[in-house]
Design a protein around this ligand. Structure first.
Ligand SMILES: [Zn+2]
Length: 441
Protein backbone atom coordinates (compact mmCIF):
# COMPACT_ATOMS: atom_id res chain seq x y z
CA UNK A 1 0.00 0.00 0.00
CA UNK A 2 1.25 3.45 -0.90
CA UNK A 3 1.56 6.29 1.59
CA UNK A 4 -1.64 8.20 2.21
CA UNK A 5 -1.55 11.73 0.82
CA UNK A 6 -0.93 14.31 3.51
CA UNK A 7 -4.07 16.28 4.30
CA UNK A 8 -4.17 19.92 5.41
CA UNK A 9 -4.98 18.73 8.93
CA UNK A 10 -2.02 16.33 9.01
CA UNK A 11 0.20 19.10 7.71
CA UNK A 12 -0.98 21.50 10.39
CA UNK A 13 -0.36 18.89 13.07
CA UNK A 14 3.12 18.19 11.67
CA UNK A 15 3.93 21.90 11.74
CA UNK A 16 2.79 22.15 15.34
CA UNK A 17 4.84 19.11 16.40
CA UNK A 18 7.83 20.57 14.60
CA UNK A 19 7.38 23.96 16.30
CA UNK A 20 7.12 22.22 19.67
CA UNK A 21 10.43 20.46 19.09
CA UNK A 22 12.20 23.47 17.59
CA UNK A 23 11.18 25.87 20.35
CA UNK A 24 11.67 23.43 23.24
CA UNK A 25 8.05 22.72 24.17
CA UNK A 26 7.86 18.95 23.68
CA UNK A 27 10.37 16.25 22.75
CA UNK A 28 9.88 12.57 22.11
CA UNK A 29 11.07 10.65 25.16
CA UNK A 30 14.46 8.86 25.01
CA UNK A 31 15.06 10.11 21.48
CA UNK A 32 18.80 9.26 21.46
CA UNK A 33 17.68 5.62 21.78
CA UNK A 34 15.15 5.95 19.00
CA UNK A 35 12.32 7.17 21.24
CA UNK A 36 9.65 5.23 23.11
CA UNK A 37 6.15 5.03 21.75
CA UNK A 38 3.68 7.57 23.12
CA UNK A 39 5.93 8.96 25.86
CA UNK A 40 6.82 12.64 25.57
CA UNK A 41 9.07 15.01 27.50
CA UNK A 42 8.27 18.65 28.17
CA UNK A 43 11.19 20.96 27.44
CA UNK A 44 11.98 24.39 28.95
CA UNK A 45 9.00 26.11 27.30
CA UNK A 46 6.67 23.13 27.69
CA UNK A 47 7.17 22.80 31.41
CA UNK A 48 6.47 26.53 31.93
CA UNK A 49 3.27 26.27 29.88
CA UNK A 50 2.20 23.13 31.70
CA UNK A 51 2.88 24.67 35.12
CA UNK A 52 0.87 27.76 34.15
CA UNK A 53 -2.09 25.61 33.06
CA UNK A 54 -1.99 23.72 36.35
CA UNK A 55 -1.67 26.97 38.32
CA UNK A 56 -4.71 28.43 36.55
CA UNK A 57 -6.78 25.32 37.25
CA UNK A 58 -5.65 25.07 40.88
CA UNK A 59 -6.44 28.74 41.49
CA UNK A 60 -9.89 28.47 39.89
CA UNK A 61 -10.70 25.34 41.83
CA UNK A 62 -9.18 25.84 45.26
CA UNK A 63 -8.17 29.47 45.84
CA UNK A 64 -11.22 31.20 44.40
CA UNK A 65 -13.68 28.92 46.19
CA UNK A 66 -14.06 28.09 49.85
CA UNK A 67 -15.85 24.79 49.20
CA UNK A 68 -13.01 22.87 47.51
CA UNK A 69 -9.94 21.44 49.21
CA UNK A 70 -6.71 20.25 47.61
CA UNK A 71 -5.12 16.83 47.85
CA UNK A 72 -1.99 15.09 46.58
CA UNK A 73 -2.46 11.34 47.00
CA UNK A 74 0.06 8.59 46.34
CA UNK A 75 0.30 7.11 42.84
CA UNK A 76 0.67 3.59 44.23
CA UNK A 77 -2.33 2.60 46.33
CA UNK A 78 -3.54 -0.53 48.08
CA UNK A 79 -4.34 -3.06 45.32
CA UNK A 80 -7.81 -3.60 46.76
CA UNK A 81 -8.68 -0.02 45.77
CA UNK A 82 -8.69 -1.19 42.15
CA UNK A 83 -10.86 -4.21 42.95
CA UNK A 84 -13.39 -1.92 44.62
CA UNK A 85 -13.30 0.62 41.80
CA UNK A 86 -13.95 -2.07 39.19
CA UNK A 87 -10.66 -1.53 37.35
CA UNK A 88 -9.22 -5.00 37.97
CA UNK A 89 -12.26 -6.71 36.49
CA UNK A 90 -13.45 -4.18 33.98
CA UNK A 91 -10.81 -1.68 32.85
CA UNK A 92 -10.09 -3.57 29.67
CA UNK A 93 -10.02 -3.13 25.92
CA UNK A 94 -10.74 -5.94 23.44
CA UNK A 95 -7.48 -6.70 21.65
CA UNK A 96 -7.10 -8.44 18.28
CA UNK A 97 -3.93 -9.34 16.34
CA UNK A 98 -3.51 -9.54 12.58
CA UNK A 99 -2.30 -13.05 11.70
CA UNK A 100 -0.57 -11.73 8.58
CA UNK A 101 1.18 -8.44 9.48
CA UNK A 102 1.12 -8.99 13.29
CA UNK A 103 -0.24 -5.53 14.01
CA UNK A 104 -2.38 -5.13 17.09
CA UNK A 105 -5.70 -3.25 17.21
CA UNK A 106 -8.54 -2.44 19.52
CA UNK A 107 -11.46 -4.41 18.18
CA UNK A 108 -13.83 -1.48 18.67
CA UNK A 109 -11.65 0.84 16.57
CA UNK A 110 -12.80 -0.34 13.17
CA UNK A 111 -15.66 -2.10 11.36
CA UNK A 112 -15.40 -5.54 9.80
CA UNK A 113 -13.39 -8.63 10.64
CA UNK A 114 -10.28 -8.05 8.53
CA UNK A 115 -7.05 -6.20 9.35
CA UNK A 116 -7.63 -2.54 8.45
CA UNK A 117 -4.00 -2.28 7.28
CA UNK A 118 -3.37 -5.35 5.13
CA UNK A 119 -6.73 -7.16 4.96
CA UNK A 120 -5.32 -10.22 6.77
CA UNK A 121 -7.35 -12.45 9.09
CA UNK A 122 -7.63 -11.48 12.75
CA UNK A 123 -7.38 -13.48 15.98
CA UNK A 124 -10.31 -13.73 18.41
CA UNK A 125 -10.57 -10.73 20.73
CA UNK A 126 -8.85 -10.98 24.11
CA UNK A 127 -9.60 -8.66 27.03
CA UNK A 128 -6.52 -6.63 27.84
CA UNK A 129 -6.32 -4.76 31.17
CA UNK A 130 -5.05 -1.21 30.74
CA UNK A 131 -3.50 -0.90 34.19
CA UNK A 132 0.30 -0.97 34.52
CA UNK A 133 1.27 -3.65 37.01
CA UNK A 134 4.42 -3.62 39.05
CA UNK A 135 5.82 -5.27 42.17
CA UNK A 136 6.14 -3.81 45.62
CA UNK A 137 9.02 -5.17 47.68
CA UNK A 138 11.83 -7.45 46.59
CA UNK A 139 9.89 -10.65 45.89
CA UNK A 140 8.04 -10.88 42.61
CA UNK A 141 5.08 -12.83 43.85
CA UNK A 142 1.34 -12.51 43.49
CA UNK A 143 0.89 -10.98 46.94
CA UNK A 144 3.00 -7.94 46.13
CA UNK A 145 1.40 -6.87 42.84
CA UNK A 146 0.52 -3.18 42.81
CA UNK A 147 -0.76 -0.91 40.08
CA UNK A 148 0.20 2.52 38.82
CA UNK A 149 -3.06 4.43 39.22
CA UNK A 150 -5.10 4.69 36.00
CA UNK A 151 -6.94 7.76 37.38
CA UNK A 152 -6.42 10.17 40.25
CA UNK A 153 -10.09 10.04 41.34
CA UNK A 154 -9.74 6.98 43.60
CA UNK A 155 -7.13 8.73 45.74
CA UNK A 156 -9.80 11.32 46.46
CA UNK A 157 -12.56 8.81 47.32
CA UNK A 158 -10.43 6.88 49.81
CA UNK A 159 -9.54 10.20 51.49
CA UNK A 160 -13.12 11.50 51.65
CA UNK A 161 -13.41 11.16 55.45
CA UNK A 162 -9.78 12.28 56.03
CA UNK A 163 -10.40 15.59 54.26
CA UNK A 164 -13.92 16.12 55.59
CA UNK A 165 -12.88 16.13 59.25
CA UNK A 166 -9.91 18.54 59.43
CA UNK A 167 -11.26 20.91 56.76
CA UNK A 168 -14.62 21.27 58.58
CA UNK A 169 -16.35 21.26 55.21
CA UNK A 170 -20.00 20.35 54.86
CA UNK A 171 -21.64 18.66 51.89
CA UNK A 172 -21.69 20.04 49.21
CA UNK A 173 -17.93 20.33 48.95
CA UNK A 174 -15.16 19.17 46.63
CA UNK A 175 -11.64 17.77 46.60
CA UNK A 176 -9.25 18.74 43.80
CA UNK A 177 -6.11 16.95 42.74
CA UNK A 178 -3.50 17.21 39.99
CA UNK A 179 -1.31 14.23 39.30
CA UNK A 180 0.04 11.58 36.98
CA UNK A 181 -1.95 8.57 35.86
CA UNK A 182 -0.96 5.62 33.70
CA UNK A 183 -2.83 3.57 31.10
CA UNK A 184 -1.32 0.89 28.94
CA UNK A 185 -3.26 2.00 25.86
CA UNK A 186 -3.22 -0.39 22.91
CA UNK A 187 -3.28 2.41 20.39
CA UNK A 188 -1.89 5.63 21.80
CA UNK A 189 -1.22 8.50 19.49
CA UNK A 190 -1.90 11.96 18.18
CA UNK A 191 1.11 13.51 19.87
CA UNK A 192 0.38 14.22 23.55
CA UNK A 193 -3.35 13.61 23.10
CA UNK A 194 -3.27 9.95 24.14
CA UNK A 195 -0.24 8.95 26.15
CA UNK A 196 0.49 5.99 28.39
CA UNK A 197 1.79 8.31 31.11
CA UNK A 198 -0.24 11.47 31.47
CA UNK A 199 -1.40 14.04 33.99
CA UNK A 200 -4.92 14.71 35.21
CA UNK A 201 -6.65 17.63 36.90
CA UNK A 202 -9.63 16.11 38.66
CA UNK A 203 -12.17 17.54 41.04
CA UNK A 204 -14.72 15.37 42.84
CA UNK A 205 -17.69 17.28 44.22
CA UNK A 206 -19.66 15.53 46.98
CA UNK A 207 -23.35 16.38 47.02
CA UNK A 208 -26.69 15.38 48.53
CA UNK A 209 -28.12 12.73 46.16
CA UNK A 210 -31.22 14.73 45.19
CA UNK A 211 -29.09 17.76 44.20
CA UNK A 212 -26.68 15.90 41.88
CA UNK A 213 -28.46 16.96 38.67
CA UNK A 214 -28.34 20.64 39.64
CA UNK A 215 -24.64 20.48 40.50
CA UNK A 216 -23.95 18.60 37.30
CA UNK A 217 -25.30 21.55 35.30
CA UNK A 218 -23.30 24.05 37.39
CA UNK A 219 -20.01 22.23 36.84
CA UNK A 220 -20.67 21.59 33.18
CA UNK A 221 -21.02 25.33 32.54
CA UNK A 222 -18.14 26.34 34.81
CA UNK A 223 -15.72 23.98 33.14
CA UNK A 224 -16.60 25.16 29.64
CA UNK A 225 -16.17 28.75 30.79
CA UNK A 226 -12.66 27.96 32.05
CA UNK A 227 -11.42 27.20 28.54
CA UNK A 228 -13.20 30.25 27.12
CA UNK A 229 -11.68 32.51 29.77
CA UNK A 230 -8.25 31.27 28.76
CA UNK A 231 -8.90 32.33 25.20
CA UNK A 232 -9.88 29.10 23.44
CA UNK A 233 -11.93 29.74 20.28
CA UNK A 234 -15.63 29.28 21.09
CA UNK A 235 -16.39 27.68 17.71
CA UNK A 236 -13.93 24.88 18.39
CA UNK A 237 -15.48 23.82 21.69
CA UNK A 238 -18.67 21.84 22.15
CA UNK A 239 -20.42 19.47 24.53
CA UNK A 240 -21.00 15.85 23.69
CA UNK A 241 -23.49 13.93 25.80
CA UNK A 242 -22.76 10.25 26.32
CA UNK A 243 -25.55 8.02 25.05
CA UNK A 244 -26.59 5.05 27.18
CA UNK A 245 -24.23 2.82 25.15
CA UNK A 246 -21.24 5.07 25.93
CA UNK A 247 -21.82 5.60 29.65
CA UNK A 248 -19.19 4.16 31.98
CA UNK A 249 -20.39 1.62 34.55
CA UNK A 250 -20.23 4.20 37.35
CA UNK A 251 -21.96 7.11 35.61
CA UNK A 252 -25.59 8.18 35.53
CA UNK A 253 -24.89 11.10 33.23
CA UNK A 254 -21.81 12.21 31.35
CA UNK A 255 -20.84 15.10 29.12
CA UNK A 256 -17.54 15.57 27.35
CA UNK A 257 -16.14 18.95 26.51
CA UNK A 258 -14.74 18.40 23.04
CA UNK A 259 -12.25 20.43 21.04
CA UNK A 260 -11.82 20.37 17.29
CA UNK A 261 -8.18 19.30 16.96
CA UNK A 262 -6.55 19.09 13.51
CA UNK A 263 -7.31 15.32 13.79
CA UNK A 264 -10.99 15.84 14.59
CA UNK A 265 -13.37 16.53 17.49
CA UNK A 266 -11.97 14.81 20.58
CA UNK A 267 -12.67 14.67 24.29
CA UNK A 268 -10.86 17.29 26.31
CA UNK A 269 -12.59 16.94 29.66
CA UNK A 270 -15.35 14.79 31.14
CA UNK A 271 -18.08 15.91 33.54
CA UNK A 272 -19.71 12.91 35.18
CA UNK A 273 -22.45 12.21 37.65
CA UNK A 274 -20.87 9.15 39.29
CA UNK A 275 -23.77 8.71 41.74
CA UNK A 276 -22.77 7.05 45.03
CA UNK A 277 -21.14 4.17 43.14
CA UNK A 278 -17.57 4.83 44.26
CA UNK A 279 -18.20 5.53 47.94
CA UNK A 280 -20.59 2.57 48.18
CA UNK A 281 -18.03 0.25 46.63
CA UNK A 282 -15.24 1.46 48.92
CA UNK A 283 -17.58 1.13 51.87
CA UNK A 284 -18.32 -2.50 50.93
CA UNK A 285 -14.73 -3.45 50.19
CA UNK A 286 -13.07 -1.68 53.14
CA UNK A 287 -15.81 -2.26 55.71
CA UNK A 288 -15.49 1.43 56.72
CA UNK A 289 -18.47 3.76 56.99
CA UNK A 290 -18.27 6.40 54.25
CA UNK A 291 -21.67 7.96 54.84
CA UNK A 292 -22.26 11.57 55.81
CA UNK A 293 -24.51 12.95 58.51
CA UNK A 294 -26.28 16.12 57.44
CA UNK A 295 -26.68 18.13 60.68
CA UNK A 296 -29.23 20.58 59.32
CA UNK A 297 -31.53 18.03 57.73
CA UNK A 298 -30.88 15.39 60.39
CA UNK A 299 -30.32 12.69 57.83
CA UNK A 300 -27.56 10.29 56.89
CA UNK A 301 -26.64 9.43 53.31
CA UNK A 302 -23.77 8.36 51.08
CA UNK A 303 -23.03 11.45 48.95
CA UNK A 304 -23.30 11.46 45.18
CA UNK A 305 -20.25 12.64 43.27
CA UNK A 306 -20.11 15.07 40.37
CA UNK A 307 -16.69 14.76 38.78
CA UNK A 308 -14.81 17.14 36.49
CA UNK A 309 -11.93 15.25 34.92
CA UNK A 310 -9.51 17.13 32.69
CA UNK A 311 -6.22 16.11 31.13
CA UNK A 312 -3.28 18.45 31.63
CA UNK A 313 -1.62 17.26 28.43
CA UNK A 314 -4.83 17.48 26.41
CA UNK A 315 -5.45 20.99 27.69
CA UNK A 316 -1.92 21.91 26.75
CA UNK A 317 -2.36 20.50 23.24
CA UNK A 318 -5.66 22.39 22.97
CA UNK A 319 -4.11 25.70 24.02
CA UNK A 320 -1.22 25.16 21.60
CA UNK A 321 -3.31 24.04 18.63
CA UNK A 322 -5.80 26.84 19.22
CA UNK A 323 -3.07 29.48 19.56
CA UNK A 324 -1.04 28.40 16.55
CA UNK A 325 -1.36 30.61 13.50
CA UNK A 326 0.63 31.33 10.37
CA UNK A 327 -0.17 34.83 9.14
CA UNK A 328 0.25 35.70 5.45
CA UNK A 329 1.66 32.27 4.52
CA UNK A 330 4.15 32.28 1.65
CA UNK A 331 4.41 36.07 1.63
CA UNK A 332 7.25 38.33 2.62
CA UNK A 333 5.57 39.28 5.87
CA UNK A 334 4.78 35.68 6.87
CA UNK A 335 4.62 35.35 10.63
CA UNK A 336 4.15 32.30 12.84
CA UNK A 337 2.54 33.28 16.09
CA UNK A 338 1.32 31.42 19.17
CA UNK A 339 -1.57 33.50 20.47
CA UNK A 340 -1.42 31.97 23.95
CA UNK A 341 -3.26 33.72 26.75
CA UNK A 342 -0.70 35.93 28.57
CA UNK A 343 -1.61 33.94 31.70
CA UNK A 344 -0.39 30.74 30.06
CA UNK A 345 2.55 32.02 28.01
CA UNK A 346 5.84 30.41 29.15
CA UNK A 347 7.78 33.68 28.89
CA UNK A 348 5.91 36.86 29.78
CA UNK A 349 8.24 39.42 28.24
CA UNK A 350 11.37 39.54 26.11
CA UNK A 351 13.87 42.36 26.61
CA UNK A 352 15.50 43.53 23.43
CA UNK A 353 18.10 46.33 23.23
CA UNK A 354 17.82 47.81 19.74
CA UNK A 355 21.60 47.79 19.26
CA UNK A 356 24.43 46.24 21.22
CA UNK A 357 26.07 49.54 22.19
CA UNK A 358 25.44 53.02 23.61
CA UNK A 359 24.66 51.54 27.02
CA UNK A 360 21.48 49.82 25.78
CA UNK A 361 22.52 46.28 26.82
CA UNK A 362 23.31 47.56 30.32
CA UNK A 363 19.86 49.13 30.66
CA UNK A 364 18.31 45.93 29.26
CA UNK A 365 20.06 43.73 31.82
CA UNK A 366 19.08 46.11 34.61
CA UNK A 367 15.40 45.95 33.59
CA UNK A 368 15.62 42.15 33.31
CA UNK A 369 17.10 41.86 36.79
CA UNK A 370 14.34 44.03 38.24
CA UNK A 371 11.55 42.02 36.57
CA UNK A 372 12.90 38.49 37.11
CA UNK A 373 11.67 38.02 40.68
CA UNK A 374 8.13 38.71 39.44
CA UNK A 375 7.91 37.33 35.90
CA UNK A 376 9.55 34.86 33.55
CA UNK A 377 11.75 37.10 31.40
CA UNK A 378 13.96 36.42 28.40
CA UNK A 379 16.86 38.68 27.45
CA UNK A 380 17.85 38.63 23.78
CA UNK A 381 20.68 40.87 22.68
CA UNK A 382 21.60 39.46 19.28
CA UNK A 383 20.51 39.93 15.65
CA UNK A 384 17.99 42.19 13.95
CA UNK A 385 15.15 43.33 16.17
CA UNK A 386 12.59 42.10 13.60
CA UNK A 387 13.98 38.60 13.74
CA UNK A 388 14.07 38.69 17.54
CA UNK A 389 10.40 39.69 17.62
CA UNK A 390 9.53 36.79 15.28
CA UNK A 391 11.28 34.28 17.52
CA UNK A 392 9.25 35.49 20.49
CA UNK A 393 5.99 35.49 18.49
CA UNK A 394 6.60 31.85 17.69
CA UNK A 395 7.19 31.05 21.36
CA UNK A 396 4.00 32.82 22.40
CA UNK A 397 5.72 35.61 24.38
CA UNK A 398 3.01 38.26 24.77
CA UNK A 399 5.23 41.31 25.28
CA UNK A 400 8.47 42.67 23.86
CA UNK A 401 10.35 45.47 25.60
CA UNK A 402 12.70 47.41 23.37
CA UNK A 403 15.42 49.76 24.59
CA UNK A 404 16.25 52.41 21.98
CA UNK A 405 17.92 55.82 21.76
CA UNK A 406 14.92 57.55 23.30
CA UNK A 407 15.35 55.35 26.38
CA UNK A 408 18.67 57.05 27.01
CA UNK A 409 16.93 60.44 27.09
CA UNK A 410 13.66 59.88 28.96
CA UNK A 411 13.79 56.42 30.65
CA UNK A 412 10.96 55.05 28.53
CA UNK A 413 10.92 51.84 26.47
CA UNK A 414 8.57 50.51 23.80
CA UNK A 415 6.17 47.80 24.86
CA UNK A 416 5.11 45.68 21.88
CA UNK A 417 2.05 43.47 22.06
CA UNK A 418 2.38 40.14 20.26
CA UNK A 419 -1.01 39.76 18.56
CA UNK A 420 -1.63 43.31 17.33
CA UNK A 421 2.10 44.16 17.09
CA UNK A 422 1.06 47.56 18.46
CA UNK A 423 3.77 49.49 20.28
CA UNK A 424 3.40 51.99 23.07
CA UNK A 425 5.95 53.94 25.06
CA UNK A 426 6.04 53.29 28.76
CA UNK A 427 8.20 54.48 31.67
CA UNK A 428 10.67 51.83 32.85
CA UNK A 429 9.41 52.46 36.39
CA UNK A 430 5.86 51.48 35.37
CA UNK A 431 6.83 48.25 33.56
CA UNK A 432 6.57 45.83 36.45
CA UNK A 433 3.03 46.78 37.48
CA UNK A 434 1.81 46.97 33.90
CA UNK A 435 3.17 43.53 32.99
CA UNK A 436 1.92 41.94 36.19
CA UNK A 437 -1.54 43.38 35.56
CA UNK A 438 -1.65 41.92 32.05
CA UNK A 439 -0.17 38.48 32.76
CA UNK A 440 -1.16 37.55 36.31
CA UNK A 441 -2.92 34.22 36.80
ZN1 LIG B 1 -2.50 -6.90 8.89
Amino acid sequence: MGKKPISEADKRMEELVSLCRRRGFIFQSSLIYGGINSCWDYGPMGVELKNNIKRCWWKTMTQERDDIEGLDASIIMHPRVWEASGHVAGFTDPLVDCKKCRRRFREDEFDGDKCPDCGGALTEARQFNLMFKTFMGPVEEEASIVYLRPETAQGIYVNFQNVLGPSRQKVPFGIAQIGKAFRNEITPGNFVFRMREFEQMEMQYFVRPDTADEWFEVWKEKRMQWYLDLGVNKDKLRFHEHGTDELAHYAAKAYDIEYEFPFGWKELEGIHNRTDFDLQRHQEHSGKDLSYYDQERKERYVPFIVETSAGVDRSLLTFLADAYEVENPGEKNERTVLRLSPKLAPIKAAILPLVNRDGMPEIGHKIADELRPHLKIFYDGGGSVGRRYRRQDEAGTPFGITIDSQTLEDETVTLRERDSMAQERIKIAALKDELLKRTAI
